[in-house]
Design a protein around this ligand. Structure first.
Ligand code: GDP
Ligand code: IMO
Ligand code: MG
Length: 424
């Protein structure tokens, strides 16, 4: 059955957008199924760069229709902006974009609350994107959320929004934050609604029919497994589950219909925001990697924290998701380093401890066990055949694949769609 999924196996920003775009040519549907505009997925086409926050990254191909499925939380402002950018590129989204009525909305008070909590935490701040993600999901599970469904009925939406906004204004007051002007916010939302509601259709029926007809569906994961709300060192997490099971919840796709589970692994580690990062570096190598790899947040512009590849964490990600293959990205960024390290396990005091048994306090203290590799000098960004890769680079890839016991299908050596070395 032709349903495949792409997941980030680290802390996000692995290069999922590039690979989703690459694999979307033959897809009938590309589906975002969780998270919101805390995601920033980059697609580079010629000299143009596009950042997808909500619309699936495969939309540039002629064939696929993009679906924003029920697990996603939607900021109408951001979505409208994204639609406008694509329309300005000449893409007619009329039959190319579907939004589930079950998607919850990120509303203005969610963003205010996200920022207010971060400010109140002070030095203990989590480093969220302040896009209102946590508060929107919190409202969802506490029956206080408002969905696309309500937006279809303006009177109903106005009642629900007013009820919620009045309560949220009281909470904002306790943070000493100016209350929202409910009438003005409603006016803004009404304008955005006009642009969005024509795309709201029964996404579930569309995907089920597609599965029955054996059409190709590509599921686009966001964030990374190390940010999963249950399986990360909470609270240094995001608010949705990021593991493969979320596709069942967030898009209604039966789990046994998924054939290829493609894990995206950056050749090193990056993370934005707070929380432990066992292999983090603060030296010349990390600076070189950050600058060469342009490791600055797609959504917030923050410098990404950099470390060596952490295979203890990635091994956990492969296992919990039953990953069938991996794609290594940004391999080109490692060219020119004298030596490169890979973390193969963690030590806490004298004991070897697995990722899964560590909370955030332990993860902040673990000492990575490293295997050191000699680096390679050559620029590999022009290489397209495996045999042409430097021997030391092949050794690096071979070790990763053998350690994880998962095949590498592609090594990505540049941001452009065609900058790939196919491994078989
Ligand atoms: P995502 O959130 O997983 O989609 O990743 P981001 O788009 O946030 O960050 C990945 C960055 O790396 C983007 O700027 C991509 O254009 C870029 N990129 C992706 N793959 C490669 C690669 O193999 N080499 C290089 N040099 N850049 C890449
Ligand atoms: P993509 O899909 C990198 C991180 C934030 C923060 C934490 C919680 O582009 O890989 P949130 O706003 O979600 O409440 O913030 O999660 N985070 C990401 N980091 N890439 C992402 O998405 C992220 N989505 C959330 O930086 O540390
Ligand atoms: Mg990103």
């Amino acid at each position: 059955m032709p349903v495949n999924i792409i997941l980030g196996l680290q802390w996000g920003d692995e290069g999922k957008g590039k690979i989703v775009d690459l694999m979307s040519e033959n897809a009938d549907y590309v589906v975002r199924y969780h998270g919101g505009n805390n995601a920033g997925h980059t697609v580079v086409l010629g000299d143009k760069k596009f950042f997808f926050r909500l619309i699936p990254s495969g939309i540039f191909h002629t064939r696929p229709c993009g679906i924003i499925a029920n697990g996603t939380v939607v900021d109408l402002d951001v979505l409208t902006n994204e639609i406008n950018i694509l329309e300005a590129e000449g893409i007619n989204l009329t039959d190319k974009l579907v939004i589930s009525p079950r998607c919850h909305l990120i509303l203005p008070y969610h963003k205010e609350l996200d920022a207010a909590y971060e400010k109140a935490r002070g030095k203990e701040g989590l480093g969220t994107t302040k896009r209102g993600i946590g508060p929107a999901y919190a409202d969802k599970v506490s029956y206080n959320g408002i969905r696309m469904y309500e937006l279809l009925d303006w009177k109903l939406f106005t009642e629900k929004f007013t009820f919620q906004a009045k309560i949220k204004n009281k909470i904002l007051k306790t943070f000493n934050i100016k209350p929202l002007n409910i009438t003005k916010e409603l006016e803004k939302i009404k304008k955005l609604r006009g642009k969005i509601i024509k795309f709201v259709k029964d996404a579930y029926c569309i995907t089920q029919t597609a599965i029955d007809e054996e059409k190709n569906i590509l599921l686009e994961g966001a964030h990374g497994i190390m940010l999963d709300t249950d399986w990360s060192p909470y609270p240094f997490s995001t608010a949705s589950n990021t593991i493969v099971g979320e596709a069942n919840i967030g898009a209604g796709v039966p789990f046994n219909s998924i054939k290829r589970i493609i894990g995206i692994v950056k050749a090193f580690t990056s993370r934005v925001g707070g929380g432990p990062l066992p292999t983090e570096l603060n030296n010349a190598s990390s600076k070189a990697i950050r600058e060469k790899g342009a490791e600055y947040g797609t959504t917030t512009g923050r410098p990404r924290r950099i470390g060596w590849l952490d295979l203890e964490a990635v091994k956990f990600s492969c296992r919990i998701n039953s990953v069938t293959e991996i794609v290594i990205t940004k391999l080109d960024i490692l060219s020119g380093l004298k030596e490169i390290k890979i973390c193969t396990g963690y030590k806490l005091k004298d004991a070897v401890v697995p990722y899964s048994s560590c909370g955030y306090k332990e993860l902040a203290k673990v000492k990575p066990i490293y295997k050191t590799f000699a680096g390679w000098e050559e620029d590999i960004s022009y290489i397209r055949n495996y045999n042409d890769l430097p021997a030391k680079c092949k050794e690096y890839l071979k070790f990763i694949s053998e350690f994880l016991n998962v095949k590498i299908s592609i090594a990505s050596v540049g941001a452009e769609r065609n900058a790939n070395v196919y491994m078989n």
